[in-house]
Design a protein around this ligand. Sequence first.
Ligand code: CDP
Ligand code: CDP
Length: 227
Amino acid sequence: MKQPINISIDGPAGAGKSTVARQVADALSFTYIDTGAMYRALTYEALKHHVDVHNEARVMSLLKDMEITLENEGMTSRVYVNEEDVTDAVRLNEVTNNVSFIAKHEKIRIEMVKKQQEMAESKRTVMDGRDIGTAVLPDAEVKVFLTASVEERARRRHQEHLDKGIPSDLSVLIEEIARRDKIDSEREFAPLKKAHDAVEVDSTSMSIEEVIQTILQLVRERTNGSE
Ligand code: CDP
Ligand code: CDP
């Protein structure tokens, strides 16, 4: 049996984590795990049930009653909560603008990390998020910290919105992304930060393909081609 190998990709919003993680996983036949979707699913449930996102105990009791399932269908990842397909719902603006408040709570993070570690057990995974290299998979063989300037990240989101016909304002997106980065990087528990052994890749002027090839090259170097 092949040894489990894990690849962690952390970084701020819009850096390209999920886009490249999914394709790196596909190229290597690894399992892709989108941990952000799990925090988003919990946020969606909290908003749906009118639970105050700042109330850790109430959010925690919601999480205890939830089964979050991630499924990959080709290049799309679907998210389910107790069998309800919430893939599109978790991308709603209201969820995006509240998720970092939910992700601040220590007990919530402990529970999420446990679930994520179980998902990665005895598998070869590419996992993306904010604390994968630092907390979820500290022994990952390959760790990437993917960044890009805030303007470029907002521009990418703006383009995504335009492509989908969603109204979008670039300056509002810059503000929202900067606000979320600040909360994620300054929180007390498992903040967004580069693991000491992660390789930083600045994708500001890189194409998606260049980022994928950079990561695949790192995988070859770190695993001596044993992947
Ligand atoms: O795709 P995008 O970068 O917009 O966000 P995401 O990866 O879906 O994550 C949404 C939010 O969940 C982040 O802004 C963090 O607040 C939180 N998150 C986290 O705290 N830890 C993770 N491992 C993943 C996400
Ligand atoms: O997961 P994260 O929030 O880090 O980013 P994402 O959801 O993968 O979104 C990044 C967006 O930027 C997607 O629309 C990509 O097509 C685009 N993009 C990229 O990911 N990487 C580049 N080097 C250039 C563009």
